[in-house]
Each structure stands twice: as C-alpha cells, then as structure tokens.
Design a protein. Structure first.
Length: 266
C-alpha cells in the first residue's frame, strides 16, 4: 500500500472513539426494538474480502445476541435444494424484538450462484423478477428491511487476499471459491450491476458503502442503520444491586479444595 493511501485511512484511536459512541446508540436501538417488538432484517452483500464480517462484528460486539442474531447459512443440503428457493432464508426471519443480520442472503442467487453456474439462467432470471415482489410482501408484513452492499476496489481486494495468504490466523478466510471470484472480477461486476438494477426498488433500495477503508466503512454502516431503523431512547428505572442474603452462609471456597483448576500460565 502506498504511503499516501495509508495516511488517508482513519486512525485506530479516532475510529475507536467514534465506534464507542455508535455502539452506545446501538444499545439504545436494541432496547427500543425489544420494547416495541419490532422485526428487522439487515442483509450484507458484497465481493469477497469487502469487509462484511468485520462490519457485522462491530455492530454486534456490544449488544445481545438474543436481539441481534447473525445468520450465515452454509451451502444448501440436498433436501434444501428441493425446497422453494426462499424457504431456508425465511426460516431465519425475525420474531418480534429481533434484528436478524444476514451475512450473505438470498442474493447468493444473483451473485455466486449465477457467476459460478450453480443455478440455470432461467432460475437467475426468475429470481430477479420475483425478488422485488417477495421483499414487498415482507415489508408489507411489517418487517423493516435494510439492504447493504459493501463495495471494495480491485486493488484493495488483492491486498486483502495477500494478507490472508500470509497470515496463518486468517488463511481460513481464503477458500477456493474466493480465488475463483478474484479471477472472475468482471463477471462479478456485471452480475452486481444487473442485480442492483433489477432489485433496488423504492420499497427496498440498496445502499452502497465504499469499504476500501474498513474503519470508515464500519462507522458509516452503523450510522446508516441507526438512521434507517427509527427508534427512541427507552426510559429505564435506575438499577441497584440488592443486598446479598446471609441465609445458608458457608465457606464456599473451601469446598473447591482438591478439585482440578486450569493451570495459571498467565
């Protein structure tokens, strides 16, 4: 990475300061969603190495997994391949008081499945025709739907792939499918363009976030979510710890003597 490009990226200290403020607001959003029994879907799409995982982690780091539920479905089983295409995704839809975050979604059909030939051209065309209708039905049913596309540049994607190759704790992120997506950059670009043109509707528009600078992308994404999901601060009663009861008091540390403890190496 060129030095001038590195200098333009947000510094960690500034990023962490802004992230902390946004994460506090996410906790307020969580309280409101839970109290009002809202149902929310946030789906993340983008090229491989666009930063979906890191962005989702920043969103969910300080909130309850019972409210913010992350869904990252594996490849469909033989049984699921015989179901209606949307069926396995709808099984994950939120109940009241939940925000479901899809780390990739039904839009796999418009991206990897289409480019890699895992679906037929007719299935791809049918998906693009029916998807806006399905999303309209979901929204009219009371679900808030937020669709986010993370757009990473060609050079930055290559840099991130090389970083994964060289780092043993990140090599698991690099699959044969990732390498193929790297090779077919322009095939994925054309698939993206067609998907955005066909499925960015008035009722369910796509929102694109440039993610070459991961830190800025995460902050911009959280700020967008807080704006896209209307909420108010929920008034709470002040919490105080009750006094501990001495009833049945005994030496509860002595009873642990002789049991196996983990070796204290640190």
């Amino acid at each position: 990475m060129a030095k001038d490009e590195s200098d333009k990226r947000m510094k960690r200290k500034e990023y962490e300061k802004e992230l902390e403020k946004l994460q506090v607001d996410l906790c307020h959003l969580q309280d409101y969603v839970r109290e009002k029994k809202l149902r929310v879907i946030v789906l993340f799409e983008g090229r491989d190495a666009a930063g979906k995982g890191g962005t989702i982690k920043a969103i969910t780091e300080k909130v309850s997994p019972r409210v913010f539920r992350v869904v990252a479905l594996p490849a469909p089983s033989d049984r699921q391949k015989t179901q209606l295409f949307f069926q396995r995704y709808m099984e994950q839809f939120p109940a009241g008081g939940e925000i479901v975050i899809f780390d990739r979604s039904w839009y796999n059909r418009a991206g990897v499945e289409y480019v890699m030939g895992f679906c037929t051209p007719a299935e791809h065309d049918r998906f693009l025709d029916l998807c806006p209708q399905m999303e309209k039905y979901v929204i009219e049913g009371g679900i808030i739907l937020v669709k986010i596309w993370l757009e990473v540049g060609m050079d930055e994607q290559e840099r991130r792939f090389h970083a994964r190759i060289d780092d043993p704790v990140r090599q698991w992120k690099l699959s044969p499918m990732d390498l193929e997506s790297y090779r077919r950059w322009y095939d994925y670009s054309r698939a993206r363009d067609l998907m955005l043109r066909k499925t960015s509707t008035k009722h369910a528009p796509w929102h694109i976030i440039r993610s070459d600078d991961k830190r800025r992308a995460r902050l911009n994404c959280i700020a967008h979510l807080l704006k896209a999901i209307p909420y108010k601060r929920v008034k709470k009663d002040k919490i105080t710890l009750p006094p501990r009861s001495d009833k049945g008091r005994y030496n509860d540390q002595a009873s642990l003597r002789g049991l196996k403890f983990v070796e204290e190496r640190y």
